[in-house]
Design a protein around this ligand. Structure first.
Ligand code: VG1
Ligand code: CO
Length: 542
């Protein structure tokens, strides 16, 4: 085989964020940009010789080209085998499963997740380790170091390969298996859930709309929901992945999945609505006339998981990211299992899942998952909901009402201020940090601060530490405000303000904004967000 060594210079903006490297597509298309990062990843993992990798992405613009480049760099590094999804497609959870299923050494997942796709939108790349989960912070730090030191990279001098047909081929001594992206994943789902019960549910007239948002879950949802579980054709909409997601924003929340929300709030609503994001790891669940917030969904799934075969013996524990509401904590308490609070990003759940200390994990950003893979998993959440509805013979709204009745309700919202000038966002965070010691005892908007801190985490399994993960302000009466800066944006800074108010016994059907008004006012007053950033209203509220 011919390997060419190309000399290159380091890019100084290749620091992975919450979930891999995410940049404007055009930045990724700059000559050597992708190559440098991939080669740096091989350096960080100690080379590729004899190793096996999984490779695929969400099908966005530049997916196919990037896959060809990664294949050639893997071959040049002596990789033995790469397993690629047909057409270059793999959802993030399916990639995680394939890594585990084949005992691969890791995987490259091409996606900018819920960010829009296209030449003027976003692209991303992340490396997952042999456990199927996102690279740890220690590994991403090594990758970053290698991107700064790089002077050349090796690439195999071979033609592009055809990834459209399932089968096996060789390039430069490396075996490539092009696999059906759905098959192994759907087998796994059939093992976890009571497919007969879900089939009976659909056969009995249960109706659903699954919005794949023109992204990667289309083929998965068509196969599993319609072909295998018998949901009527047409249940899955926007089911053909497109390079720019139909010019949409494949983020399953009430703003970006507005069509679905409108339908679910109308007289013609089906029994359940669901959606997933660009790479298939997020989910949105909606009942007739009612939206399930992701934090609640995590709590409700944990409380009901034993209705599905895979979790019938109970769960070992729950983990949630810090900004996620405390609804799951109440469930853990009732079940007598531990609840862990981790920094934002799925990579922090890996050690807990590997050690068997938790079974179910979730984030307020529409991510839920379990120990079946090491990523959050959108369709898994939808199927677990279906399994629970079938087993309990209840509606989505019924499960929700029953849950609030039993555990109380954690009213919750997240307000995002996007593309804020970085210096201003940093200034606001610094302003918050200087007040931490003085806040307890202060009264803002009628709420008394009980505690304020900058969240720091020590991994209970491997002892790794992560500091400065977000400012938490707790108030008397069960309110909390959290501020952090996004690590997935590609333009300026995104400020995320997370608001929560617990209501135990009392009104569980009040308008969310009303219940959160006091904590919102207090948070804005303390942070001086409007004065510092010049923004008076958030861009997105979820
Ligand atoms: C966001 C979410 C976080 C999630 C991450 C990746 O990160 O808040 O919970 O894990 O996206 O999800 P940030 O740093 O922007 O807040 V995905 O579906 O974009 O891979
Ligand atoms: Co995603």
């Amino acid at each position: 085989m011919t390997v060419t060594t190309i000399s290159t210079t380091a890019f100084d903006h290749q620091k992975p964020g919450t979930s891999g490297l995410r940049k404007k597509t055009r930045a990724f298309m700059v000559p050597h940009y992708l190559e440098n990062y991939v080669a740096a990843t091989f350096t960080a993992i100690g080379g590729g010789a004899g190793k096996c990798f999984v490779l695929g992405g969400d099908g966005r613009f530049f997916n196919r080209e990037a896959i060809q480049t990664i294949l050639k760099i893997a071959a040049a590094h002596g990789a033995a085998r790469v397993i690629v999804g047909q057409g270059g497609l793999l959802s993030t959870p399916a990639a995680s499963h394939l890594i585990r299923h084949h005992g691969a050494d890791g995987g490259f997942i091409l996606s900018a997740s819920h960010n829009p796709g296209g030449i003027d939108a976003d692209f991303g790349l992340k490396f997952n380790a042999a456990n199927g989960g996102p690279a740890s912070e220690a590994l991403t730090a090594k990758i970053h170091e290698a991107t700064l030191a790089i002077q050349s990279y090796d690439i195999a001098d071979v033609d592009d390969v055809n990834l459209d047909n399932i089968g096996q081929m060789q390039i430069a001594g490396m075996r490539i298996d092009v696999v059906d992206p759905v098959a192994d994943y759907s087998d796994l789902m059939a093992e976890l859930f009571d497919f007969d019960a879900i089939r009976a549910l659909f056969a009995g007239g249960f109706t659903m709309r699954f919005d794949a948002m023109h992204a990667v879950t289309g083929p998965y949802a068509h196969r599993i929901l319609e072909d295998i579980l018998g949901a009527p054709k047409g249940t899955v909409v926007n089911g053909i992945p497109s390079e720019d997601f139909g010019k949409g924003h494949p983020d399953p929340n009430p703003i970006w999945a507005k069509d679905l929300m409108d339908l679910m709030m109308s007289d013609t609503a089906p029994d359940m609505g669901a959606a997933s994001d660009g790479d298939g790891d997020r989910n949105m669940i909606v009942g007739k006339g009612t939206y399930i917030t992701p934090s609640d969904s995590l709590a409700m799934l944990a409380a009901n998981a034993h209705h599905a075969p895979a979790y019938k013996d109970g769960i070992a524990g729950i983990a949630r990211s810090m900004p996620t509401s405390a609804a799951a904590d109440r469930v853990a308490e009732a079940l007598g299992v531990p609840c862990f609070e981790t920094p934002t990003g799925w990579k922090f759940f890996g050690t807990l899942l590997d050690a068997g200390r938790v079974t179910i994990c979730g984030e307020e950003s529409a991510g839920t998952g379990s120990h079946h893979v090491r990523e959050k998993d959108g369709l898994w959440a939808v199927l677990l909901w279906l399994n629970i509805l079938a087993a309990r013979d209840m509606t989505v709204a019924g499960v929700q009402a029953d849950h609030w009745q039993r555990f109380g309700r954690n009213y919750y919202a997240r307000h995002d201020y996007e593309a804020v000038e970085t210096a201003r966002a940093d200034k606001m965070m610094a302003h918050l940090r200087t007040q931490l010691d003085d806040l307890p005892g202060q009264v803002h908007a009628g709420l008394t601060v009980t505690k304020a801190d900058d969240f720091a985490y020590t991994d209970p399994v491997d002892g790794a530490t992560s500091a400065a993960q977000g400012i938490r302000i707790f108030f008397e009466g069960g309110a909390r405000a959290v501020f952090r800066l996004s690590g997935t944006g590609t333009e300026g800074a995104t400020i995320r303000l997370y608001l929560e108010q617990f209501v135990g016994e009392g009104d569980h059907a009040a308008p969310v904004a009303d219940v959160l008004e006091a904590v919102r006012t207090a948070a804005l007053e303390i942070s001086a967000l409007a004065e510092t950033t010049g923004r008076s209203v958030p861009d997105v509220e979820t």
